[in-house]
Design a protein around this ligand. Sequence first.
Ligand code: ADP
Ligand code: MG
Length: 375
Amino acid sequence: MAIMPGAMLGVLGGGQLGRMFVQAAQQMGYPVTVLDPDSGSPAGRVADDFICAGYADPSALEKLGSQCAAITTEFENIPANSLRSLAKSCAVSPDAYSVSVAQNRIAEKQFLSINGLTVAPFAVIQQTDDFADQDAADLLPGILKVSQFGYDGKGQVKVASAAEFPAAYAQLNHAVCVLEKFMPLKCEISVVVARGSDGKVATFPVAENQHVNGILDVSIVPARIAPLLAGKAQEIACQIAKNLNYQGVLCVEFFVLQDDELVINEIAPRPHNSGHYSIDACVTSQFEQQVRTLCGLSLGSTAQLSPAVMINLLGDVWRNGDPDWNIVLQHPSAKLHLYGKAEARPGRKMGHFTVLSNDIETALSEALHIKQQLD
Ligand code: ADP
Ligand code: MG
């Protein structure tokens, strides 16, 4: 049975994704409780109720479960067991299984491969000798990635030659890793898909993503790729959601190779940075869609109302104090989003802006012009 406005929703994690979920839910008339260990978390500051505790704290989880009709997560590193125990007392989506697959690069790649989907060639590295034992030199030049808890390019080191491997592995503290072949990319794209409890799916338009130092910098939507390729990416995203028996919002990141082959980079069991454009450019945002799937409502239309370019605002932009926001605000079709984070550290996601235009190239050049003025 659908959960109607007025019922309390819960979210594990208080980052910007949680904050935008809270805002979408509140707009629809659902109060929200946020659980996060950080007392100043972006989502906690706008929530109706805030529980400041660790994600595995039994009494905090019990309080959350007792006061919420349904609970979701904004971040994949929630212990799967916390989701499992919450599911005993209320509706939880996505489920512990999907999150456990997405939070571990080894489980994720194995799941995708078993389902006949292409991932970059890789080897599992659990100790230094695994490199030689698996003839992993074939994967070079490659990227060594910690299997868990990496984000925004953190927990990754490039490995150009076999001689570099021991130092690279030491740099990651000999954690369990995957060594991935470095792929020659034509571009990167992503698809956000929502799947309801009834199995119905809706994909958002494909985003074309540009990264700098492993962090998303610019998303251009619709992606400037062949419509057939975009359709194929959307189909794969639906297939992954179905194979996980997923309920909620999921993002699939792809590498597009020179010959237009699609390789899956990773999946995120939540709304995604590359889907932020949907707040200003689509009939339904990815966060409203998260509310809808969580509450068992029908899915909203993912139709895009305008081409859009989203640019991330990292802490680096604050190097001389607060930026001059007029640079963004004086553009009549630029939408500014700030996450309310107190401290602006380099590389930290502080906000984003989205520029709308009837023409994607115009949106891109105007967005890049604003970015350049801010820098
Ligand atoms: P994160 O979890 O930090 O987002 P990703 O695995 O998505 O980590 O890597 C971040 C970015 O680094 C990618 O979006 C891509 O630009 C680049 N990258 C990662 N792996 C590869 C690879 N195997 N080949 C080429 N580029 C890669
Ligand atoms: Mg990524």
